[in-house]
Design a protein around this ligand. Structure first.
Ligand SMILES: C[S@@+](CC[C@H](N)C(=O)[O-])C[C@H]1O[C@@H](n2cnc3c(N)ncnc32)[C@H](O)[C@@H]1O
Length: 206
């Protein structure tokens, strides 16, 4: 058994809706892939570790990662806001979150993250970035400001630069993002090889 299969054999899903969406995504080519279940579990762990009450997700897709986050904030009495700019997937995310019984905990907003982020006030415990890759360096400063001191910023797909299967331009955005993060004195960061790579930053200074 390979490493991935072995570790996945331990990852129980927090909601039956997650398994349905995983199966569905294997059959569809009209939606962007969701996060890996091991990343979902890891996000669930982080929410519990920092006792996150306010979780912001940028890039809802059809709601797979939002369901992991929603299940996690049930245990912390928190809430999730998830943002996406795609009309059709927005309809799907609303439906899937409802199916998972999380509508009261997960707020969905349709719009460009660039614009919606400007309307938010700060104090977020966790910000999870999984939208357009060009966006990561573009909204970095805004995200740091929105995150509370002691909060976490988690960015997905940050090892794209060294993935030969990924278009060079996308890798370049991720490389620029990683450089910004590691040069940022307000953040204490590391990259982990989970899925296509995640960069996790603790905001320790304002
Ligand atoms: C990889 S998918 C998100 C998958 C989701 N996080 C999951 O794991 O289930 C990326 C999403 O980001 C959205 N997106 C891309 N650029 C965006 C932007 N500028 N503002 C808001 N959403 C954006 C896309 O519509 C797409 O649904």
């Amino acid at each position: 058994m390979d490493t991935l299969l072995y570790l996945r054999s331990f990852i129980s899903r927090d909601s039956i809706v997650m398994s349905g969406l995983e199966n569905e995504s294997l059959l569809r080519d009209d939606i962007q892939p969701g996060i890996e279940p091991e990343l979902g579990k890891f996000l669930g762990l982080l929410v519990r570790l920092v006792d996150a009450k306010k979780v912001l997700e940028i890039g809802s897709g059809v709601g797979y990662s939002a369901i992991w986050l929603g299940e996690a904030v049930k245990t912390t009495h928190g809430r999730v806001l998830t943002i996406d700019n795609h009309k059709r997937t927005h309809i799907e995310v609303v439906r899937n979150i409802e199916k998972a019984g999380l509508s009261s905990l997960v707020e969905k907003k349709l719009g460009n993250a660039e614009d919606l982020l400007e309307t938010l006030s700060g104090g977020w415990d966790i910000v999870f970035q999984d939208a357009g890759k060009y966006l990561y360096p573009l909204v970095h400063e805004k995200i740091v400001k929105l995150t509370r001191v002691g909060g976490l910023i988690v960015a997905d797909d940050t090892l794209f630069k060294v993935n030969p299967c990924v278009r060079k331009g996308l890798g370049d955005y991720m490389d620029r993002y990683n450089k910004m993060v590691f040069e940022d004195k307000r953040l204490y960061s590391t990259i982990l090889p989970v899925g296509h790579g995640i960069t996790i930053s603790l905001k320790h200074g304002a």
